[in-house]
Design a protein around this ligand. Sequence first.
Ligand SMILES: Cc1cc2nc3c(=O)[nH]c(=O)nc-3n(C[C@H](O)[C@H](O)[C@H](O)COP(=O)(O)OP(=O)(O)OC[C@H]3O[C@@H](n4cnc5c(N)ncnc54)[C@H](O)[C@@H]3O)c2cc1C
Length: 394
Amino acid sequence: MKSSPSTPTHPLALLALDGLLGDEEREIRATVRAAADRELRPHVAGWFEKGEIPARELARTLGGLGVLGMHLEGYGCAGTSAVAYGLACMELEAVDSGLRSLVSVQGSLAMYAIWKHGSEEQKQRWLPKMAAGEYIGCFGLTEPDAGSDPGAMRTNAKRDGSDWILNGTKMWITNGSVADVAVVWARTEEGVRGFLVPAGTPGFSAPEIKMKLSLRASVTAELVLDDVRLPADAVLPGARGLSGPLGCLNEARFGIVFGALGAARDCLETAISYAKDRTVFDRSLASYQLTQQKLADMAVELGKGMLLALHLGRLKDAGELTPEQISVGKLNNVREAIAIARECRTLLGANGITLEYPVLRHANNLESVLTYEGTSEVHSLVIGKALTGEQAFR
Ligand SMILES: Cc1cc2nc3c(=O)[nH]c(=O)nc-3n(C[C@H](O)[C@H](O)[C@H](O)COP(=O)(O)OP(=O)(O)OC[C@H]3O[C@@H](n4cnc5c(N)ncnc54)[C@H](O)[C@@H]3O)c2cc1C
């Protein structure tokens, strides 16, 4: 005799992981989740379909929510724990990776670069308005011929008296065409340095990249620098060499470790609900062993990914997180998230290919997440080097 169905458990409740969070972390998560569900989720499929977002309005909404640079101290930033920041990234990415990207690039790349390496004057000028979402920032490191290997960059800055003259092209820059300030990394005689380039500076333009099949609810642009003249105080005084931009990338990668799980969670919740409602061969899709095996495997990976993210978050809050550990988190959690998104898509059948449901949108977005902030291959090489002591990058 078949037993009657019992009350279902949410995939993340299986391991009772909420018990690992503090009250404030749970509160921040609940606030971000409620705002994201109210103000972002209803619009996101439309933004994705059009390939357009109301970036300025969104930045103000996210600034009002307090998530822009939320893990930084001072200058209008909330100074939360790294775990709280990770949980916010997770809630935003549960709506769309593009929206989390806006927040990551603003807070962990552009604001962090200024916060960590900027002069007091630069911090006062940019950070409070960036935290409020009144100014948008972008971070230009990648170039058409220098992605995984930023040391191959060609963009250069030369001194002309006390001024700097910048020339070069940056590629795939999130927020690029809507940014009020671009953090641009360039080769100089003193090694790689970071420059703050305000929008509207003569010789600087940021054409938007169109025809994307992934991260469509996010602005991506080229940055073109054609004899851009900047004053001496445009350079970030605290950053010299590639360690400057690479340190910023570690901040953003940390947010992705949590964020990618948000996309996976949204897919899994959708698939479970769909499987329970959908009848195939006279029974609910959820009642078949093949379906349950898929759901069980996905819930196991989601739970493991969450444990990993929380562990890395606690290490970060203790000031002990290493770049290799971030690589473990980024590699695993993005790889598992994309696998979950694709598997959930199978459970939705034909409905899975539409924007009525979020799963293929998430899967498509995660293709970008797999590539940016260090590709999976690059993170494997980082871990391989840690394990063997031998670098295999070149
Ligand atoms: C939507 C989107 C937004 C982005 N936003 C930003 C941004 O805001 N700012 C920014 O600076 N950049 C941004 N990027 C760029 C991103 O960081 C780069 O795309 C990424 O670093 C990879 O560089 P690439 O595309 O040039 O690929 P490549 O470096 O050319 O890599 C191609 C392939 O070669 C592999 N590979 C590379 N090196 C090795 C090796 N040593 N051994 C074996 N395989 C290797 C890679 O893993 C990959 O599979 C964004 C990208 C996307 C797609």
